[in-house]
Design a protein around this ligand. Structure first.
Ligand SMILES: [Zn+2]
Ligand SMILES: [Zn+2]
Length: 167
């Protein structure tokens, strides 16, 4: 199996997701595989900005997967102190997703996690933010923006993805 297609799913500060199926669904859009790694746990300081979190995670030994997605329960904030759902660093091949707000409504949690995980995987594969609000790759700051997305890439992003994958 091509290692480049594997995404390790790991936890932060003792948390691990109960929504593995949502991550699998998100990965399947891109033909990626989720390798669950509940035992791998990283501790990060509470209140760290995402830069600090990514820095901590980049110091971790790489695992037998090409990409690493860490799930954290707490809210995470960008450098301006604004709450964000997640961040992906394509160069480090590391992403972090905060489930705090996404799981706040049990009925919607699966779909919300799927959409935001798919968003991060899109960044891994080279996609930027999309101006079509229904697209997975549109930037969401609030839950209502997550809910306004379709669980798929818009046609434009699909074409871009094809170009990136052919490179
Ligand atoms: Zn984004
Ligand atoms: Zn798009």
């Amino acid at each position: 199996m091509n290692n480049k297609l594997n995404v390790g799913l790991m936890g932060i500060n003792g948390y691990y997701t109960t929504y593995v199926e949502s991550y699998r669904a998100a990965a399947s859009i891109y033909g990626l595989n989720i390798i669950t790694n509940p035992i791998v746990q990283v501790n990060v300081d509470k209140g760290l900005s995402v830069e600090g979190i990514l820095k901590t995670l980049s110091g971790e030994k790489s695992h037998d997967t090409y990409y690493s997605l860490y799930v954290i329960y707490d809210d995470i904030k960008d450098e301006k102190g604004i709450r964000i759902f997640g961040i992906a660093d394509p160069k480090l091949r590391i992403a972090v997703l905060s489930e705090h707000r996404l799981v706040s409504d049990v009925k919607l949690a699966r779909e919300r996690i799927m959409k935001e995980a798919a968003h991060l995987f899109g960044h891994f594969l080279g996609l930027g933010h999309c101006s079509t609000s229904e697209c997975i790759m549109s930037y969401a700051a609030e839950l209502k923006q997550v809910d306004g997305k379709n669980p798929m890439l818009c046609r434009n992003c699909q074409q871009q993805l094809k170009l990136f994958l052919e490179k």
